[in-house]
Design a binder for this molecule. Structure first.
Ligand SMILES: NC(=O)c1ccc[n+]([C@@H]2O[C@H](COP(=O)([O-])OP(=O)(O)OC[C@H]3O[C@@H](n4cnc5c(N)ncnc54)[C@H](OP(=O)(O)O)[C@@H]3O)[C@@H](O)[C@H]2O)c1
Length: 338
């Protein structure tokens, strides 16, 4: 049986809409009919610059939601017909979402409530995993695990640069799921302020201001040198200048390997559970998802649905490349592909 798929035929080649076989789920895997897949900025960089993925032809697409259609050996956690969200795996085409059927690794798949749309569920994937791993995973910021026990960070202030970015929105949720921070300062366009305050930000600073002005506004809201964690979801020269400008001695910068690291530390995040150091953490994270949705604590990103099924992806990725997406996640429905 074959399906429609948007494929990168060879490194840095343009996307091609073609057909490929529907994969068979193996042990610990399920087959998912992909009802919605979200677009991420990294997708365009994988295609244009040949990053991360080495095996071609390649399918990518890392935020997936759909319906379970087949169970692999030993799978008891899911049933055929379940609504699920899962995490695409870079470099493993069968596990990616720019196609009509994808495999799910049961460790990094969650059932979703019946009343939650596939589009909202598809915003999870890499956008939830990256801040979770960056802030609470087995390395990087090395905060006490969000799932195990709270404790060490009560009353602290954290700065999230790029608060309306998908990572910034889920980053605030991840912090609030363990309510140890008294202040979450974030940078974004003022048009997003109400949403970001709803998500838990205590201060929203306009990211278009000069770096020095942002630094002094942040310092005026905190005791000088009190920010121990900066999470930079954007990591360009401007956000990095702000981040390093407010980070305390002994503090930690997550995402970008730049700047003065003599008295402060930094780490780039590989925001995927599909790598051995993240297996255990990724499984715990995905195990928590259904409960977060049921309790209403996990607020998914807003979604803009693109027309044309898989054919809508190329234009959507160009908008991400040109910074023409603000505060929403782009999604397509692979089953609508002509
Ligand atoms: N390392 C990893 O594993 C990993 C994983 C996922 C993503 N990433 C990277 O992380 C970045 C964010 O990804 P995403 O999915 O969250 O992107 P996104 O949601 O598409 O980002 C768009 C948002 O970025 C904000 N933004 C742009 N420039 C800004 C600035 N100078 N200051 C503050 N906000 C700014 C915009 O905010 P306004 O609307 O407020 O202007 C917009 O809402 C991308 O570069 C992506 O490639 C890395």
């Amino acid at each position: 049986m074959s399906q429609k798929a948007l494929v990168i035929p060879s490194k840095q080649a343009p996307f091609v809409l073609t057909t490929r076989p529907i994969p068979k789920p193996g042990q610990g895997q399920i087959l998912i009919k992909v009802e919605s897949v979200t677009l991420n900025p990294i997708d365009q960089r994988i295609q244009s610059y040949g990053l991360i993925v080495e095996d071609y032809p390649a399918v990518i697409g890392y935020g997936i939601a759909g319906v379970v259609t087949e169970l692999g050996e030993g799978v008891i956690k899911f049933s055929v017909g379940d609504k699920v969200a899962t995490s695409g795996s870079a470099g493993k085409s069968d596990f990616c979402g720019y196609q009509q059927f994808a495999l799910g690794d049961v460790r990094f798949t969650a059932k979703i409530p019946l009343n939650l749309s596939f589009d909202k569920a598809a915003t999870l994937g890499v956008s939830l995993e990256t801040p979770a791993i960056g802030l609470f995973g087995p390395y990087n910021a090395k905060l006490t695990s969000l799932i195990e026990h709270p404790g060490a960070h009560k009353g602290q202030t954290i700065l999230i640069l790029g608060g309306s970015a998908s990572l910034g929105q889920y980053g605030k949720f991840i912090l609030l799921s363990c309510p140890w921070y008294s202040n979450i300062i974030t940078t974004a366009l003022p048009t997003h302020e109400i949403l970001l305050r709803t998500l838990g930000a205590t201060h929203v600073v306009d990211h278009r201001l000069p770096a020095e002005e942002i630094i002094s506004m942040i310092k005026s809201t905190t005791a000088n040198n009190s920010i121990k964690i900066v999470y930079d979801t954007i990591s360009d020269a401007h956000t990095q200048a702000v981040g390093w400008g407010v980070l305390a001695e002994g503090g930690h910068m997550v995402v970008t390997p730049k700047g003065d690291a003599e008295t402060r530390t930094f780490a780039w995040t590989y925001g995927s559970p599909h790598t051995p150091p993240h297996y255990e953490f990724g499984e715990k994270l995905w195990d928590a998802v259904y409960g977060w949705f049921e309790s209403g604590t996990l607020v998914p990103n807003k979604v803009e649905l693109l027309p044309g099924g898989l054919e809508g992806i190329v234009a959507g990725l160009e908008r991400l490349r040109d910074n023409k997406v603000s505060g929403v996640k782009l999604a397509v429905h692979p089953q609508e592909t002509a």
